[in-house]
Design a protein around this ligand. Structure first.
Ligand code: ADP
Length: 260
């Protein structure tokens, strides 16, 4: 049986195709999120790659910020549930998930059986999310993918004291004009996201094993800074950005299995 999860985020659309609730057959990612044709393109792409048609899929589950906007879905489920199911599928030893996406950050405490025990979310403020990193990359005229590796070269990371993205933007521009080195500045930017997320994590309570999900997991600068803040190692899965879509595909499988 084939099930499919679509995670319609603020910046990207991701799909995962699952066979019999156990095997990932294909994945797709389009850098366009809710309110665009990104979800439809991501779906077309994955169907082509897997060589299957919409009719072959028993259930499509959508999740993410734009989950209610997608026509042709069979059901929808919250991002919290889907990230929990996705990470638990990939790493059953997970007890804490730190999910940083394009416009929010969540920390989820997971039970041994993969259920949500507790969570906290920052969806009010761009600081501490991928948006903050995207804005800063824009100012530095860099690709967001290059921020992490650059941050690792820092010798004396700058402290970004503004807690608001707009003020932090001015602060970064001022540091740039003072001639601060790029690695030190970028490390400061990554540290700033990490310290906000660590504060959220400490309020939820951090238990090992800790895994990151969401696109910002790919930023090694943020990941390492979070490890320092939380004094623990953080598991990284190469499919971190697909965890919501994976969880949606798992939920779709559970739903169909329960009904038949
Ligand atoms: P959403 O679901 O809200 O669209 P994602 O979980 O897809 O968000 O994460 C998007 C964020 O991930 C971007 O804002 C960006 O900061 C970050 N990101 C995406 N790809 C990379 C990468 N290769 N390296 C570093 N950061 C990345």
């Amino acid at each position: 049986m084939l099930t499919l999860g679509i995670d319609i985020g603020s910046t990207t659309s991701k799909c995962v195709l699952l066979e019999n609730g156990t095997t990932i057959l294909a994945k797709s990612l389009v850098k366009a999120g809710t309110g665009t044709d990104g979800p439809a393109r991501a779906l077309k792409q994955i169907l082509e790659e897997a060589g299957v048609s919409r009719e072959d899929i028993a259930f499509i589950m959508t999740t993410g910020y734009g989950r209610s906007t997608f026509e042709g879905t069979d059901g929808e489920l919250s991002e919290l549930s889907c990230h929990c199911k996705g990470v638990y599928f990939a790493a059953p030893d997970v007890r804490t998930i730190i999910d940083i996406g394009g416009q929010d950050a969540k920390v989820i405490q997971v039970s041994k059986t993969g259920k949500i025990q507790n969570f906290l979310m920052n969806d009010k403020c761009a600081a501490g999310t991928g948006r903050f990193l995207d804005v800063m990359a824009g100012i530095l005229q860099m690709d967001v993918d290059d921020l992490g590796p650059k941050a690792l070269q820092a010798e004396a990371p700058v402290k970004i004291s503004s807690t608001c993205t707009v003020f932090a933007e001015s602060e970064v521009i001022s540091q740039l004009s003072k001639g601060v080195g790029l690695p030190d500045l970028i490390a400061g930017i990554c540290n700033s996201v990490a310290s906000r997320t660590a504060a959220l994590a400490k309020r939820v309570g951090v238990q090992d094993a800790v895994y990151m999900s969401g696109g910002v997991a790919k930023n090694i600068g943020v990941r390492k800074a979070l490890e320092r803040e939380l004094k623990t190692s953080i598991g990284f899965h190469e499919d971190a950005q697909y965890m919501g879509a994976l969880g949606a595909a798992v939920a779709a499988y559970e739903k169909v299995s329960a009904e038949t």
